[in-house]
Design a protein around this ligand. Sequence first.
Ligand code: 0O2
Length: 212
Amino acid sequence: MDGRNWTLFLQPYEQTVEELKVKFKTMRAELKMREAYAPIEFVTGRVKKISSVLEKAKRLNVAPDQLEQGIEDIAGIRIMCQFVDDIHRVASLIRSRHDLALVYEKDYITNYKDSGYRSYHMIIEYPVQTALGLKKVLAEIQIRTLAMNFWATIEHSLNYKYKESLPDEVKERLKKAAEAASLLDTEMSSIRQEIIDAQRDFEENSNVVSRV
Ligand code: 0O2
């Protein structure tokens, strides 16, 4: 590492993660009050370690003075949802916000990665108020179901353990596990729809009975 003050470099990212965590946790609480059901299950966030930022910069050929533009996920927020439909609802709520600007989106649910990874990514620009004035920083918001998160967490820790060279057999089994997690999401969504339909039928029938 060179002589740069990395703690100071990461400060606006720390602030971005803290502010965005508060905002999405508040969004969850408010939706729960309004609708009795929140499309957000829980929210986490982290700032990438400087060693990982520099490693990624090397891998992507990003010059040391271009880290702010070249590495988009120094600030990272993760939003976990129960159902795949919730992911799209949350993405649309994010698109309509005025306190951040959407840069682009990556749909790794439709176009899942070769590893089996599924998630919805939104790269945003967030204006953060520093002691020296306004600074716009890039941040990555990952939106996933609980099942997608379970898979990604396990796969991430296995990759860490095997230092990026997972045995082929493990890779294949992880791909199968990703398919199984996706099937679980589909099943849960269809059960949920059946419950919603049943509730609507019940309410319609009880209205008819009460009118008689
Ligand atoms: P960490 O520890 O989560 O910060 P890249 O794919 O890295 O070359 P890009 O375009 O930045 O370049 O990546 P991408 O794939 O859009 O998003 C990167 C982040 O998505 C990763 O961050 C992971 O959090 C997650 N991700 C992407 N692919 C996988 C995968 O196959 N398995 C798991 N578990 N997570 C994945 P980092 O920096 O890798 O790690």
